[in-house]
Ligand binder design. Structure first.
Ligand SMILES: NC(=O)c1ccc[n+]([C@@H]2O[C@H](COP(=O)([O-])OP(=O)(O)OC[C@H]3O[C@@H](n4cnc5c(N)ncnc54)[C@H](OP(=O)(O)O)[C@@H]3O)[C@@H](O)[C@H]2O)c1
Length: 281
């Protein structure tokens, strides 16, 4: 039996959809039925089901709001993650957790490796790193997948915001000096399922994951408008003209060599995945 927490989020809904045919083997929960900060509730559900795996898709993801809601962000992204990983370990279970490119936030200008320095600058980023380290320290059977720029047909994300704004306005200013790569939840969810279904011994630890290719937010927005034939002019602007409460990394392209080699993954290019997502929107 596999527990999926945060099952109403972008990644959670994608996993729910992908595992529909096998749903008897999954328990899908979100805040209203399993608040991951509620230790007693976590203990009780593990007592009830004896999960072999826990895939934690629950998170506090409001990056800028986290600057003013520090306690809540840390409770969800760090303290609850530790407890989930710990309870999974007590049940000899595998803990799969999703983290963020923001934990690196260093000054390196080549694709970031899992061994590169982590110097998170905002509170969200710090809580995500704390969650990663706590989980790894309490459960040796932990797999952390660090993703960047996550989007999907569900919830709120850059792609859906651009579609809305692009249809409402004649022009938009989009940051062009932050470089990274988007992650389509369908690809990430497939990777997670491939990992947990593989028969060879699992390798634990930290793995980066995003789609292949590199782009700026400007490039990403332009591709969205090109594919959907939206007539809206995009003006490239520097980050300095779009200040946010939490600082963003200028370069957060993730090196995926480790996950590709370990789990023989074929990762789609971000443009192909964007095309796929936009057929659903
Ligand atoms: N989105 C990105 O750009 C991005 C980038 C890099 C990494 N990530 C990481 O990827 C993972 C998945 O992200 P996502 O975009 O799928 O997130 P999401 O759409 O925000 O989903 C998170 C889910 O967790 C739920 N949740 C929040 N607090 C909870 C609690 N105390 N107990 C149980 N559930 C709770 C949320 O409910 P509510 O919505 O009701 O709060 C939501 O349904 C996260 O770990 C995130 O940090 C995301």
């Amino acid at each position: 039996m596999i527990l999926i927490t945060g099952a109403n989020g972008q990644l959670g809904q994608t996993l729910r959809e992908l595992t529909k045919a096998d749903s008897d083997n999954y328990i899908y929960t979100d805040k209203e039925d399993l608040d991951i900060t509620d230790k007693e509730a976590i203990n009780a559900i593990f007592r009830k089901y004896k999960f072999t795996h826990c895939i934690n898709c629950a998170a506090y993801t409001a990056v800028d709001k986290a600057e003013s809601e520090r306690t809540t962000a840390r409770a969800i992204n760090a303290l609850a993650v530790r407890h989930l990983a710990e309870v999974a370990q007590e049940n000899n279970g595998i803990f799969i957790h999703i983290s963020s490119d923001y934990v690196y936030h260093n000054t390196i200008n080549r694709p970031l490796r899992e061994t590169d320095p982590t110097t998170p600058t905002g509170h969200y980023a710090r809580t995500k790193l704390e969650g990663d380290l706590q989980a790894l320290s309490v459960n040796p059977k932990t797999i952390i997948l660090r993703a960047s720029w996550v989007y999907s047909p569900y919830g709120n994300n850059f792609v859906k915001t651009m579609l809305r704004l692009g249809r409402e306005r004649d022009s938009l200013n989009i940051v062009s000096d932050q470089i990274g790569a988007p992650t389509y939840t369908l690809d990430l969810a497939k990777a997670i399922l491939k990992i947990i279904r593989q028969e060879n011994e699992l390798q634990f630890g930290v793995f980066n994951y995003s789609n292949e290719g590199i782009c700026s937010w400007y490039d990403f927005a332009k591709a969205i408008f090109d594919i959907k034939k939206i007539d809206c002019k995009i003006n490239p602007i520097p980050s300095s003209e779009y200040p946010t409460p939490a600082p963003r990394p200028h370069y957060s392209v993730l090196d995926k060599a480790k996950i590709k080699k370990t789990y023989t993954l074929d990762i789609p290019h971000w443009r192909d995945s964007l095309n796929h997502c936009l057929t659903l929107l």
